[in-house]
Design a protein around this ligand. Structure first.
Ligand SMILES: C[S@@+](CC[C@H](N)C(=O)[O-])C[C@H]1O[C@@H](n2cnc3c(N)ncnc32)[C@H](O)[C@@H]1O
Length: 235
């Protein structure tokens, strides 16, 4: 078994056509939420503050989901992180191509600042979980909500970096070794690093070149810790 990781630091909407029909066993992705994260208090407090590309709500979600449908295998799973503010549009497009099985809740230990006196502090994210064809989840029947602490800010290399424990959990529930996982909005490369550790092949796209070094460093470190031969192709 030889595990392969392909990374392209390019716009996923312009690159995804290079993937062949029906070749992806799982999509796990965390797209820009369309609510411009680089604002207000975050801008002042995050050490590694960066504007998130395409976080202005202009992403063509319909085209993206059409491509997700095209590239996924006849029996496959798809997870898309979203928020309560943008879930309606994502859900509408998602359900055109996948059977929506759950909206998972990732409950975390921190919460957003927001308007202190006018709303509740948001402490969770939503994950659309859907299926094409018939593919069983692995392991026990789990609850649709999971509590995993957020990464401490001093350890983050990306403003919206997801915990490896959470991503590894989703990958393990939905794939076996040697299957192919796609993340078209890779950021700091959490999905790729988890795939290397779990011996899944990965394909990652990321438009922002500032994440090239951290993403590749994480991938190489995860490969270095594994005993199986793995190769990286960077485009
Ligand atoms: C929410 S972040 C992902 C963070 C990632 N889950 C992690 O753990 O580091 C979304 C990422 O999508 C990238 N992005 C936005 N538009 C893109 C596009 N059209 N193609 C590829 N990447 C894009 C942004 O630069 C950002 O890094």
């Amino acid at each position: 078994m030889k595990i392969r990781h392909r990374v392209a630091f390019k716009d996923c909407l312009k690159q995804i056509h290079t993937l062949q029909d029906g070749t992806i066993d799982l999509i796990v992705t965390d797209p820009p939420y369309g609510q411009d994260y680089s604002t207000g208090r975050r801008q002042q407090t995050m050490r590694s503050t960066t504007r998130i590309a395409n976080d202005d709500g202009t992403l063509d979600i319909g085209k993206l989901l059409w491509e997700f449908d095209r590239v996924t295998a006849p029996h496959s799973h798809c997870y898309i992180f979203t928020s309560w503010k943008t879930v309606d549009e994502w859900k509408r497009e998602f359900e055109r191509f996948f059977v929506l099985k759950n909206i998972l809740i990732w409950s975390k230990d921190n919460h957003t600042a927001g308007d202190l006196h006018w709303s509740y502090a948001q402490s969770y994210e939503m994950i659309l979980f859907g299926m094409k064809g018939r593919k069983k989840l692995k392991g026990t029947r789990d609850r649709d909500s999971v509590y995993i602490p957020k990464i401490k800010s001093h350890k983050q290399v990306h403003l919206l970096q997801k915990p490896e424990r959470l991503i590894e959990y989703l990958i393990t529930k939905s794939t076996g070794p040697n299957e192919v996982v796609l993340d078209p909005f890779a950021g700091s490369g959490t999905v790729g690093a988890c795939c290397a550790r779990l011996l899944r092949n990965s394909i990652q796209f990321e438009i922002d070149l500032r994440y090239e070094r951290p993403l590749l460093a994480r991938l190489r470190a995860a490969i270095g810790a594994s005993e199986i031969e793995q190769e990286i192709e960077v485009q």
